[in-house]
Structures are given as structure tokens and as C-alpha cells.
Design a protein around this ligand. Structure first.
Ligand code: TUI
Length: 316
């Protein structure tokens, strides 16, 4: 499963995209994934233009391979980050947490490939009709801001609805998940949670430990009343949030708790009162490894499983 329409489209060796994780995916992690043959992604998150610009300048020194910039559309700086992508001639833009419709024409004019994250067939079709290059169909198993549908249900429905390449995301951390995604018709995979514990990932050590210690039921969804549900690992902040929700706190009060909470966990290491975003597969992530080892392991395991299943079917 090395050469797919996605790896050809993006000029990468393995059809794997690293999840763009706000406050976490910097030039160092993205360059490590790109140098390993995948597509490394710098996350703009809520950061202003000058902060993101430093990371773009940095990745250009760390790799000559393709990389992407993730634009978080809920950010107050989203317009500026799109301008930056064009000014800096970033090869690929990935968008999340909203519809990038108003930016597509300008990005296409600048010959930047655009890959929106979609949580539904309706948005997938709209994006295809506007001329995007590929889609990331992200299921609710993913960490951070999420949609409603599971990866298992969403991916084949998006695959049937569009002609362009589809990347499966949400709930994929190893070769078994990758093989399953390809069986659903995906042309590539996106992996976030497992790269959180990559040696090259600069997230705080406490955050990494919490991911490694997580079990199957450690992740929960918070923030549904605000209209921006996020998957996080259960902690004291989550319990406080639930108590306030039960007491009938306003959307503004609930949003105030969430503001700055991701930075608190990812940068300051406060995993008690910060927001530790991670996917349901955190329970599968057991050790810290170099990014290259993660990429190689996923595809070695994926190929071995697919071969084994073919042999099993053939020998019946
Ligand atoms: O964007 C993500 N994951 C994120 S962004 C983030 S930073 C943040 N912090 C606090 C609150 C909110 C965000 C942390 N994690 N994933 C991609 C993704 N996009 N998942 C789901 C969607 C999505 C949802 C609705 C994409 C488009 C969409 O469109 C709605 C519409 O406008 O039609």
C-alpha cells in the first residue's frame, strides 16, 4: 500500500498524513514525518501570522520534501494564515473545523493543493464541486474538534460520493487501522494521536505520558453545548466542566473554561486543569518512538496483514 493516487498527488512515499494538532504540530514534527516519507503538517491553530511564519521558515530548512499547513477555520487569524500560505508558497493547505469555500479560488490560483477535512458526505460533495484536490474524511474517534459520524460509517460513504482521493482519519494508529481504512476504499490515512508521542514531537512530556497511560475508555467528548465538541482525555478540568454544565452554566461560561486550556496542557504540561486532546486510539499508543519508526511500522504491519488475509482467503 505504498503508491496510491494520494502519494502520487502529493509526491510522497507513503500515503500517510500527520494530523495537524494545534499548539503541538510544529516544524520539527512536520519535518520528521515528511523526511520519513509521509506528509508532515504544521498546525496554525489559533496562532497569529508571525508565529506560523517562523514555523514555515523553519521547515524549509529542515526538509526539501512536501509539507502542509493546517488552517483551523475557527481561528480569528484564519484569513491571515491563508494569506501567509500564499505569500510563502506553501505546497499544500489542509483546512479543519469549518468550510474553506471562500478561500478555495485564491488557493487554486496560487497553485496550492487544498485538502479540507470533512465530517459529512454533503460537505465532501460541495468541496469536490469547488475543485479541491483531495478530502480527509474524519470520524468522531479522532482527537480534538470532531464531527458526529464514525470513521467506519463515514469513509465508505464519502468514497462512494466523490471521485477525488479520500484520506481516512479518526481511530487509526497502527497497521490494522491503516489496512481497515484501505478496505473501506480510502486512498490514504491521517494519524494524529500516535505522532503525539513521537520523539520529535515537542508537546510537554506530561501530555505524552498521559497518552501512553490512557486506556480504551479514557477519552470523552466535551463542549457539545457550545457547538464545538472536542475529544479530550478525562481529567479534573473535564469533571469541573460537567459539573458546571449540570448546574446550567451559559455557553459563554463554558467557553471561558475551554479558552487557553489546550496550550495549558500542551505547552505548560498542566494535564490536570488543561485540555489533553487525543483520539480514542490513545489506548493503543504504548511507547515513544521516532516518527520514521512509526511510519515504517504502520506500513510494514499493514502490508503483512493484507498479505495474510489474501493468503487465508486463497487457501480456503
Ligand atoms: O479541526 C480539527 N481538529 C481540531 S481543531 C482544534 S483547535 C480548537 N480548539 C478549541 C475549540 C475548537 C478547536 C483541535 N482539534 N479537525 C478537523 C475537523 N474538521 N473535524 C471536524 C471538522 C469539521 C467540522 C465541520 C469540518 C467542517 C465542518 O463544516 C461545517 C460546515 O461549515 O459545513
Amino acid at each position: 500500500m505504498r503508491k496510491t493516487v494520494l502519494s502520487q498527488l502529493l509526491d510522497i512515499e507513503f500515503p500517510i498524513i500527520q494530523g495537524g494538532m494545534a499548539w503541538i504540530s510544529d516544524a520539527q514534527l512536520a519535518a520528521a514525518v515528511s523526511n520519513a516519507g509521509g506528509l508532515g503538517v504544521i498546525a496554525g491553530g489559533n496562532a497569529p501570522k508571525d508565529v506560523v511564519e517562523i514555523q514555515i521558515d523553519k521547515i524549509k530548512k529542515l526538509t526539501d520534501k512536501p509539507y502542509a499547513l493546517n488552517v483551523m477555520l475557527l481561528s480569528p487569524f484564519a484569513d491571515d494564515i491563508i494569506d501567509l500560505a500564499i505569500e510563502k508558497r506553501v505546497p499544500i493547505v489542509i483546512t479543519g473545523a469549518g468550510s474553506p469555500s471562500k478561500y478555495i479560488e485564491r488557493l487554486k490560483e496560487a497553485q496550492i493543493k487544498i485538502i479540507p477535512v470533512v465530517p459529512s458526505v454533503a460537505l465532501a460533495k460541495r468541496m469536490e464541486s469547488l475543485g479541491v484536490d483531495a478530502l480527509i474524511a474524519e470520524g468522531t474517534e479522532a482527537g480534538g474538534h470532531i464531527g458526529e459520524l464514525t470513521t467506519m460509517a463515514l469513509v465508505p460513504q464519502v468514497v462512494d460520493a466523490v471521485q477525488i482521493p479520500v484520506v481516512a482519519a479518526g481511530g487509526i494508529a497502527d497497521g490494522r487501522g491503516a489496512a481497515a481504512a484501505f478496505m473501506l476504499g480510502a486512498d490514504g490515512i491521517q494519524v494524529g494521536t500516535r505522532f503525539l508521542v513521537a520523539h520529535e514531537c515537542n508537546v510537554h512530556a506530561n501530555y505524552k505520558e498521559m497518552v501512553i497511560d490512557a486506556k480504551d475508555t479514557s477519552s470523552v467528548v466535551s463542549g457539545r453545548p457550545t457547538g464545538h465538541p472536542v475529544r479530550i482525555l478525562k481529567n479534573k478540568l473535564y469533571r469541573q466542566y460537567c459539573d458546571l454544565e449540570k448546574k446550567g452554566a451559559s455557553v459563554e461560561e463554558l467557553e471561558a473554561i475551554g479558552a487557553g486550556a489546550l496550550k495549558k496542557a500542551a505547552v505548560d504540561g498542566d494535564i490536570v486543569y488543561g485540555s489533553v486532546m487525543a483520539g480514542q486510539v490513545a489506548g493503543l499508543v504504548k511507547k515513544m518512538q521516532p516518527a520514521k519508526e512509526i511510519v515504517d511500522e504502520i506500513f510494514d504491519e499493514c502490508n503483512a496483514i493484507i498479505m495474510k488475509q489474501f493468503q487465508r482467503i486463497a487457501s480456503k
